[in-house]
Design a protein around this ligand. Sequence first.
Ligand SMILES: *Cc1c(COP(=O)(O)O)cnc(C)c1O
Length: 305
Amino acid sequence: MKTIIEPFRIKSVEPLRMTTNTERETYLKEANYNLFSLKSDDVLIDLLTDSGTSAMSTKQWAGIQMGDESYAGSPSFYRFEKALRELAPFRHIIPTHQGRAAEKILFSIVGQKGKVIPNNTHFDTTRANVEATTTEAIDLVKKEGLDPQLEHPFKGDMDLNRLRDLLETRADDVPLVMLTITNNSGGGQPVSMKNIRETKALCEEFGKPLFLDACRFAENAYFIKQREEGYADKTPKEIVQEIFSYADGMTMSAKKDALVNMGGWLALNDDDLAMNARNLLILTEGFPTYGGLSGRDLDAMAIGL
Ligand SMILES: *Cc1c(COP(=O)(O)O)cnc(C)c1O
């Protein structure tokens, strides 16, 4: 039988402050109609973002109590590393305080003037971190993704013809290829497994690593299960494992699909890149077994995953 209720119950109550129409008009005017300038206490229904706003589960709150705050070698880190490797078996897993910190480290290492990073669509922090290193950021989402009226199951797919053109003309300038799942700045549209597989094949042909900006990997896997032929009977976990089997690295905002209020990571297979990344991490985020996070945050991420 189809389950029609959410399989959880909510047992914590947080009162909301009601506002009047006049109050809301005043707040909006005072904020110059910029939603980022409002005080959240003045907002009754907050649709600004899902980033870091999810409720944690009872098990995540219990995990917070288990957090170990040792400076180096905390068991919280190893629990996080193990949970992530079960889904995404990258050799090097480097925690950071947010997704953009992972991006800053990655592009500081691979970016420089004259280089170019292709993506289906760069998220705003991703583009900013690419361009901050004077690297060019180009968006190659397929044309269906640019037509809001069009119905199509995978409007986040990379345009493989344009990616091939770029690699054929400027291969030496491309340090890596990024693919954002789901494609946040393209309306949160998903990328098909076929497209991830074919993007990887194209990267291999030109000897380029494929990195996933994987903030909503679980949601993308769900869309694949719902919409892509051959995946209806696979579990979301199996689909996630297949997605990451095509990648050489990932950046992640744990504020999204790791269901925590703060966190992120950079994960990758290349030993030299990882060493450079850890050196930068120590400079700005923290020791490699905690990044910019507390031990308890790492446990909440492990359980969230
Ligand atoms: C949120 C997000 C980021 C940045 O992550 P932060 O944790 O906000 O720094 C990068 N890419 C995508 C696709 C995102 O959704």
